[in-house]
Design a protein around this ligand. Structure first.
Ligand SMILES: [Zn+2]
Length: 256
């Protein structure tokens, strides 16, 4: 069967060409997907913040978005998100690939297992094959550790020092819990990071509109990168994502 691809777009990236609307009902709310072709694959696009960017980062309905892409039988999901750089060497206007993450979220619903004792293994937090496809499509983009915080405010200089000291290179508000939810669902997830600014104390502060404009100027490059990544995704999977390695529902085990 032909591969299906999900694309989640964030601030400054609200669509792919020639989208045909597909409305999906989920237990977490309705999601308006757009169906199109990307890199010769069937692709479903979801605007992470809603079609009119009505949801701020701390209110993004990640569970509905991920559930909708799983319902559309997407084999791979590529998330595109903005982040601030915590290190001088990763400059605004550059791209990176999500390698791992630190989860500092406190407010958003961030698991599909809120009422069951399920513990999912995260020793391989993103799909290695989808991440490799992104890396090949974006030569020179470093693999980064992403620190996920609720927002919507940006970080203080002390928080930035703490995050950098903890091993993160970029910080943002949306890659997590999107990536963790996708992993819980057994989806092959990879993330393309647009570095829109230097975080507080690392470089000059930037307004959100300025970051959005910077990404808008790279829209053509972004589409070309996603197109190349879609073409590079392996048809036959040998990764462990779908098995949710180490996933154990202790509730069911206790009943057995
Ligand atoms: Zn995978």
């Amino acid at each position: 069967m032909a591969l299906r691809l999900g694309i989640v777009g964030g601030t400054g990236f609200y669509g792919l060409p020639k989208l045909e609307p597909v409305d999906v009902e989920t237990p977490f709310g309705d999601v308006a997907l757009g169906r199109t072709k990307l890199g010769g694959r069937e692709a479903f696009f979801v605007p992470r913040h809603g079609g009119r960017h009505e949801r701020p980062p701390h209110l993004v309905n990640h569970r509905a978005n991920v559930h909708a892409l799983a319902s559309a039988h997407c084999d791979y999901v590529l998330g595109v998100f903005n982040a601030g750089s915590l290190v001088k060497g990763i400059r605004p206007g550059s791209w990176a690939v999500l390698g791992d993450f630190l989860d500092f979220h406190r407010s958003a619903p961030r698991t599909f297992f809120a009422d069951r004792a399920v513990h999912v293994d995260f020793s391989e937090p993103v799909c290695p094959h989808a991440s490799d496809a992104l890396s090949k499509a974006a030569p020179g983009a470093p693999r980064v550790v992403y620190a996920g915080l609720d927002g919507p405010r940006f970080e203080t200089p002390a928080e930035v020092r703490m995050l950098a000291g903890a091993g993160a290179q970029v910080v943002g508000m949306t890659a997590v819990p999107e990536a963790t939810l996708a992993h819980e669902r057994g989806l092959c997830y990879a993330g393309l990071v647009f570095v829109g600014n230097h975080a507080s104390g690392v470089g000059r502060p930037a307004a959100a509109q300025e970051i959005q404009a910077l990404l808008g100027a790279q829209r053509r490059r972004l589409l070309a990168t996603l197109d190349a990544a879609a073409r590079g995704l392996p048809t036959k999977k040998s990764c462990r994502c779908a098995k949710a390695p180490g996933c154990a529902d202790l509730t069911l085990e206790a009943k057995a």
